[in-house]
Unconditional design. Structure first.
Length: 255
C-alpha cells in the first residue's frame, strides 16, 4: 500500500505538511475503494442489472481519473469532489436502477461525508452530509412511490448481504488508512523536532565554547590594565559576550 501510494504522489510535495497527509489518505482511499467498485460492476453485469452496472462502472472509471489528475496537478480539488459526487449519485439515485430498490446501498453513503472530512475538513464533511442525506431521502421516496427502473435482482438477499459487509469493511479500511497516515505524519514531525533540537544544541555548544574563551581572556586583560579607555572597551566586550551567552541559553531552553 505504501509503495503504491508513493507511486501516485505528486512530485515536489512538502512531506511535512498537513496537505501531504491529506493527499496520501486520498490516494489510499481510492486504492481501497477501486477493487470493490470493479467487482461490483462485474457482479451487476453478470446479473443483468445493466443500469446498476453502469453506475458502479462510473465509480470504477473515476478512481484512475482522480489519481492521474491528482498526480498531474498536485490538487485534491476538484477531482476528489467529482469522485464524491459520483458516489452520491450511485448510492442515492442509483437505488432507482432496479425494482424493488435496495436500501442497503445507503450503508455506502455514510462513507462519503467521512471521506470529505478526512480530505477537506469538518465543514466539507457537513456539506457532503447534507447533500448525501438529501439525495438518499429523495431517492427512497421516489423508489417507494414506484419510480424505479424495471430491473429485478435475481438474488436480492445475497446482494443486500454483500452491500452491508462491503460498506462496513470499506468504512473501517478508510478509518484505518486515515489514522495510519496521521500517525506517520506525527512521527515525521517529531523526528524533525528532535533533529532541530539536536542541531541547535550542537551549534550553541560550538558558539559557547569560543565565547567562554573570549570572555575569559578579556577579563584577564581587564585585571592587567589600568588605562580607563582600554578598560571601558574591554568591559563592553565582556557585557556583549555575557549577553550573547545568555541569548544562547534562552535559545536552548526554547528548543
Amino acid at each position: 500500500m505504501e509503495r503504491l501510494t508513493d507511486d501516485w504522489m505528486p512530485p515536489g510535495l512538502d512531506e511535512g505538511g498537513e496537505y501531504h497527509s491529506r493527499v496520501r489518505f486520498g490516494i489510499q482511499a481510492w486504492l481501497v475503494a477501486w477493487p470493490p467498485a470493479a467487482l461490483w460492476t462485474l457482479y451487476n453485469f453478470s446479473l443483468g442489472l445493466w443500469p446498476q452496472g453502469l453506475c458502479t462502472g462510473l465509480m470504477t472509471v473515476m478512481g484512475p481519473f482522480a489519481l492521474v489528475m491528482l498526480k498531474r496537478t498536485g490538487r485534491l480539488s476538484p477531482w476528489f469532489e467529482l469522485s464524491m459526487l459520483s458516489a452520491v449519485f450511485l448510492y442515492g439515485p442509483g437505488m432507482l436502477t432496479q425494482t424493488p430498490i435496495d436500501e442497503t446501498q445507503l450503508f455506502f453513503a455514510s462513507i462519503i461525508p467521512l471521506t470529505a472530512g478526512f480530505l477537506f475538513g469538518w465543514r466539507s464533511a457537513a456539506l457532503w452530509t447534507g447533500l448525501t442525506v438529501l439525495a438518499s431521502v429523495a431517492s427512497l421516496l421516489l423508489g417507494h412511490a414506484g419510480y424505479s427502473l424495471p430491473y429485478e435482482d435475481p438474488d436480492p438477499l445475497l446482494s443486500k448481504s454483500l452491500n452491508i459487509v462491503s460498506a462496513l469493511t470499506m468504512a473501517a479500511a478508510f478509518a484505518s488508512r486515515f489514522f495510519a497516515v496521521r500517525k506517520t505524519a506525527f512521527a515525521r514531525v517529531e523526528a524533525a523536532n528532535r533533529a532541530r533540537t539536536l542541531f541547535f544544541a550542537a551549534v550553541s555548544h560550538e558558539i559557547r565554547t569560543p565565547m567562554n574563551g573570549v570572555l575569559g581572556m578579556t577579563q584577564l586583560m581587564l585585571q592587567d590594565t589600568q588605562d580607563p579607555l582600554a578598560r571601558e572597551r574591554l568591559s563592553a566586550i565582556v557585557r556583549s559576550g555575557q549577553f550573547l551567552t545568555a541569548l544562547i541559553d534562552d535559545l536552548l531552553d526554547l528548543t
